[in-house]
Design a protein around this ligand. Structure first.
Ligand SMILES: [Zn+2]
Ligand SMILES: [Zn+2]
Length: 133
C-alpha cells in the first residue's frame, strides 16, 4: 500500500512504511469489506484462512498440474485417475494437511501473513472459480 506521508509503495502486509517508518492505516478487505492491518493481496487474513481449505487446495492443484517421475511399473499399472484416487486416500492419513493446504494456497505463511504474490495468485484463481463471490 502507498504511504500517505512519503508516497512509498509498500507491500500489502506492511504495518509500517519501509521508507519513512510511519504507521500505515488499516486496509479494507476486498472480499468481506472489513478494515484490518492483516491484509495480504487486498484480502484480510480471516478471508484468506476461509478460502485456503484442503478442498480448495485440491481444486487449485487440478488447475496447476505438475509432473512427477514415478516407478515405471506403477505408471504402466495405474491410470492417472487411479493414482489420483490413491493419493486422495493417502491424504486422509497424512497429518498437518490443513497447514499444508494453507501454505500451498497462500505461500509461506508466517505470523498470520501470507506471501503476497502467492496469495494474490490464489485469490485470483478462487475469484475466477467462483469460490469467492
Ligand atoms: Zn512512508
Ligand atoms: Zn475479509
Amino acid at each position: 500500500m502507498i504511504c500517505e506521508i512519503c508516497g512509498y509503495e509498500n507491500d500489502d502486509y506492511s504495518r509500517r512504511c519501509d521508507s519513512c517508518h510511519a504507521l500505515l492505516k488499516q486496509q479494507q478487505c476486498e472480499i468481506c469489506g472489513k478494515w484490518s492491518f492483516e491484509v495480504s493481496a487486498g484480502v484480510c487474513n480471516k478471508c484468506l484462512e476461509k478460502y485456503a481449505t484442503i478442498d480448495n487446495a485440491i481444486s487449485y492443484g487440478i488447475d496447476n498440474k505438475e509432473s512427477v517421475e514415478i516407478n515405471g511399473f506403477f505408471a504402466w499399472l495405474f491410470s492417472p485417475g487411479e493414482i489420483e484416487r490413491l493419493l486422495r486416500r493417502a491424504l486422509v492419513e497424512k497429518q498437518y494437511v490443513k497447514e499444508d493446504a494453507r501454505t500451498y494456497c497462500l505461500g509461506e505463511y508466517s505470523e498470520g501473513y501470507a506471501e503476497y504474490e502467492s496469495a494474490k495468485y490464489f485469490i485470483g484463481w478462487a475469484e475466477k472459480e467462483g469460490e469467492i463471490k
